[in-house]
Design a protein around this ligand. Structure first.
Ligand code: WT7
Length: 680
């Protein structure tokens, strides 16, 4: 039986979730023998008594131009400062420093779509050359300087990490907007970040279709312009240099083909800027509760240290491994665990274009076999899909994973077991990694050689992270009590967001407002970080994450704000009110259904449902397209006029709608139930 997901009115944590407590699974001896963290002493080194100095161990994985004098400065809470006094360059740490030993080693192996196109190898030397040339172009052609922001709207091509590293080299803050997002979403983020330059691509392939991506750039620039941000230059990479695959005209004086410009920068070298540890490295926008986009601002030294350290110990990457994180670089997972963490460790990573099920459900396993991938990182939604479409596919391929990881949403124990047995062939360790855009890196996971796996739980807090569960009043919910509450992190850590770009008050309120004990206090113990998830902690400290408690719906690992979805519906003239609710879905975990009420006097009909769905897709992107749009006579509301999403979600999921006695219009509940349940 399905259960209702989170809505504004009901923390998902409070909904009964029936989950079997599973037995433990232990890593194979072969894995333990080779693991980066196989000595339990590491758990002691990262014990609370060694906080914050324990994080030196991560920072020491990097090359610093100047060593820091203060590991953690808590003087201006909760604007924590890490490795103060230290200077470094992220690009130099990810590229230049590997050249003496690993010049000819592959940094990326890119697998394009279609599969008939051969993989392309980018060595560390080649990455170095391309990053330098593009950095020179940004600086000299676009006039971009240290501290400026540059927005990218790029698909999964090696040019994207080149752009990111070029910015990092110059001390420029990059902001990549997920390629699947609409031109409008990109425009909002361009404006919010104050970017004068947009970097995009003409088109790309996904599941057999060529997408005209440049069209979105034109819309993005217009949207930004309306919001008061002028974009002077649009740099357009061509998917096939010299051959333009978009139907959209280039705008004279504004749009430039990167492959036309680059020859002017051939062989150019740009010195990496020595940046303060606290200098912002990038922004990553995520959905928020209200209209203005929320740009999580990540710092240079703390972030890079943390993603390098966690990639080393949790992804267990060794120099000789071939690692593949099948996420999109447009999300934080890709930033931390495709680009920055793995490159800081000098890893060979696979990048791929397209979809995991195209041309068939064997694509991932063919890639793993062909390239000798031995560590694979993906999301539960992909695992569910591959399990459904090709349960026996993995057996057909000769690959050997030692380590499999998942991220983005809870993984059901049945799905976990298929991942372990069919995909991992019983040889691999599974790591369920829980974290969020704002946290920069993992929060909950198992140290793969030292802590057993437990399907359905991500594991305890990772090294140096001390989670706690609070009830709404701020009382601690004891591990093993079986009660759910709001999971918080008691301590600061090096990759926690610095702030929300341009909105410091919102930053303080959103993450610290609820449980801060004393706003004057400079003791970090008074400032627990609110993650926004409901969770249950078992007696062994393992966390079972139940889902978001705020106005966010997690669809296949992508966070969508209910407000954003609803605002998109209201752009349709006929729509008076809208409510977005999550509905349980076998493959995607959760999907969105939209409930809309029309303006007085209007009747349903004339393909209005399609119009609403299209509006959402246009405003946000195809991932947000509602699975279903229901036109209802009215919304269930409180007496103060607040739409009760919880009630609608209950109906939609055939679950309990809870108490409806406080509604202003209780009769509408039956009307909606009749309409919806008779048609599902
Ligand atoms: C939300 C954050 C951080 C990378 C991907 C998503 C959910 C994430 C897990 C997991 C259960 C998970 C949480 C979290 N989530 N990983 N392993 N188990 N839930 O980043 O878009 O910022 O979303 O994703 O609800 O709050 P994001």
């Amino acid at each position: 039986m399905s259960t209702a997901g989170p809505g504004r009115d009901v923390p998902e944590a409070q909904i009964a979730v029936h989950w079997r407590e599973e037995e433990y699974y232990y890593p194979p001896a072969r894995f333990i023998g080779q693991a980066n963290a196989s000595d339990p002493g590491i758990l002691r080194r990262f014990g609370e008594e060694n906080f914050p100095e324990c994080f030196r161990e991560y920072a020491d994985l990097l090359d610093w131009d100047a060593y820091w004098h203060t590991t953690l400065d808590t003087g201006n809470p909760p604007f924590w400062k890490w490795f103060v006094g230290g200077r470094l360059n992220a690009c130099r740490n990810c590229v230049d420093r590997h050249l003496p030993t690993s010049r000819d080693k592959a940094a990326f192996i890119w697998v394009p779509e279609p599969e008939t196109e051969p993989p392309r190898v980018l060595t560390y030397q080649e990455l170095y050359v391309q990053v330098n040339e593009f950095a020179a172009l940004l600086r000299d052609f676009c006039g971009i300087q240290q501290g400026d922001r540059v927005t990218f709207h790029m698909p999964m091509v090696p040019e994207l990490p080149v752009c990111m590293l070029a910015c990092a080299r110059l001390g420029v803050v990059h902001s990549e907007v997920f390629g699947g997002f609409s031109g409008m979403a990109c425009g909002d983020r361009l404006a919010d970040s104050g970017s004068r330059v947009l970097v995009t691509m003409d088109g790309y392939h996904r599941a057999g279709k060529l997408s005209d991506h440049k069209a979105k750039a034109d819309e993005a620039v217009q949207v930004a312009d309306k919001l008061g941000q002028q974009v002077d230059k649009v740099l357009v990479w061509r998917r096939h240099p010299g051959q333009y695959v978009s139907q959209t005209p280039m705008v004279e004086g504004r749009d430039f083909f990167v492959d036309d410009l680059l020859p002017g920068y051939r062989g150019r070298r740009v010195e990496p800027e020595s940046m303060p540890a606290e200098a912002p490295l990038f922004l990553m926008y995520s959905s928020g509760t209200t209209g203005r986009p929320k740009g999580a601002q990540h710092r240079t030294g703390g972030y890079l240290s943390y993603v390098a350290g966690t990639a080393k110990y949790y992804l267990d990457i060794h120099p000789e491994d071939t690692y593949w994180c099948a996420a999109d670089i447009g999300w934080i997972t890709g930033h931390s665990y495709i680009v920055y963490g793995p490159l800081a460790l000098g890893t060979t990573s696979v990048l791929y274009e397209g979809a995991p099920t195209h041309p068939d459900a064997g694509r991932c396993w063919r890639i793993a076999e062909r390239l000798g991938v031995n560590i694979f990182h993906t999301a539960p939604t992909t695992i569910r899909l591959l399990r459904k479409l090709g349960p026996d596919e993995p057996a057909k391929y000769d690959y050997h994973f030692k380590h499999l990881t998942t991220v983005g949403e809870p993984i059901e124990p049945e799905v976990w077991r298929w991942y372990h047995e069919a995909v991992g062939k019983g040889e691999a360790v599974i790591d369920d990694t829980w974290w969020l855009t704002e946290t920069g890196g993992f929060l909950g996971a198992t140290l793969p050689a030292l802590q057993p796996m437990k399907p359905g739980s991500c594991g305890p807090g990772v090294l140096g992270i001390y989670p706690v569960i609070y009830d709404d009043e701020g009382n601690t919910v004891e591990p093993g009590s079986g009660r759910a509450g709001n999971v918080c992190i008691r301590n600061p850590w090096p990759s926690v967001l610095q702030t929300i770009w341009g909105q410091p008050e919102r930053f303080v309120e959103l993450y610290y407002g609820k449980y801060c004990r004393d706003r004057q206090s400079t003791d970090w113990r008074d400032w627990p970080f609110l993650c926004g998830d409901g969770a249950v902690q078992a007696a062994d400290g393992y966390l079972r994450i139940l889902g978001r408690i705020d106005d966010v719906i997690n669809v296949a690992g992508h966070r969508l704000g209910t407000k954003e979805l609803e605002s998109a519906c209201l752009t349709v003239a006929e729509v008076a009110e809208a409510a977005a609710v999550p509905v349980v879905d076998e493959l995607r975990g959760r999907v969105v259904e939209m409930y809309v009420a029309l303006n007085p006097g209007l009747e349903p009909g004339g393909e209005l449902e399609t119009k609403v769905a299209r509006a959402v897709e246009r405003q946000i992107g195809p991932i947000a397209r509602p699975k279903k749009v229901w036109i209802v006579p009215d919304m269930p509301k409180t007496r103060s006029g607040k739409i009760m999403r919880r009630v609608i979600a209950g109906i939609s999921n055939f679950a309990d709608v809870g108490d409806t006695s406080t509604l202003a219009n209780p009769e509408v509940v039956d009307a909606i139930r009749h309409l919806v349940q008779s048609r599902k």
